[in-house]
Design a protein around this ligand. Structure first.
Ligand SMILES: [Zn+2]
Length: 211
């Protein structure tokens, strides 16, 4: 548990110092930027009036592509709000119980901020330690035993919880360009995937009798 607290400290320091790297660009990338006709984030073709910017990763300093100014701002990670996901399988049903008991006793004396999304007094869907560590439950996305989930992976790889969830993230990225780590459960993720894939704009409900 104390290791976890030092991890919280470490994450906070790393994020403050390492996650704001300025862009490093090769000549070849500059040429690609000048020639780009569409935004690499939304895939839309540029109109003459739109401002184009060089989108880069603030963690690795690498150039990612040419993008709309708006799209670039939306994708930005703020060092102040950045979250490091910690994944447990069945966190809500089992793991969180022991962790929270310990955190409760240690957290108070360490001035650690703790937030959670509770289902009830005993079950937590997710919880956050300080500003940057968020504990998520992979069971909320894949409601099956680890054994069964691991059976879907290629046989020549090591099979840990992380492999199962990383594989799921990769698939979501590939199909929807969404990261499950930004969600707490699969309904939230599938709702956004639906909005993104259909491009539908929901009407504001202005009439109480509408639905
Ligand atoms: Zn765009």
């Amino acid at each position: 548990m104390l290791d976890m607290l030092s991890e919280v400290d470490y994450c906070q320091k790393m994020i403050a110092t390492e996650f704001q790297k300025p862009l490093q660009m090769t000549d070849e990338e500059e040429e690609l930027f000048k020639a780009a006709e569409e935004c690499h984030i939304c895939g839309g073709k540029y109109l003459d009036t739109e401002v184009r910017v060089r989108d880069h990763c603030h963690i690795t300093d690498k150039y990612r592509g040419s993008a709309h100014q708006d799209c670039n701002l939306k994708l930005r990670i703020s060092p102040k709000e950045f979250k490091v996901p910690v994944i447990f399988h069945n966190l809500r049903g089992y793991g969180s119980h022991f962790i929270m008991q310990e955190i409760g006793s240690i957290g108070k004396s360490n001035d650690l901020s703790i937030n959670c999304i509770p289902n009830n007094m005993e079950k937590y869907m997710a919880f956050m330690l300080s500003k940057h560590l968020v504990f998520l439950d992979s069971f909320q996305f894949m409601a099956s035993s680890l054994e069964r989930l691991a059976a879907n992976l290629p046989t020549d790889t090591f099979k840990y919880t992380s492999d199962v969830f990383e594989n799921f993230r990769k698939t979501c990225h590939q199909y929807y360009k969404l990261d499950p780590c930004h969600y707490f459960t699969s309904p939230g993720l599938s709702w956004d995937a639906m909005l993104k894939m259909t491009g539908i704009k929901l009407e504001l409900m202005t009439d109480v009798d509408m639905f």
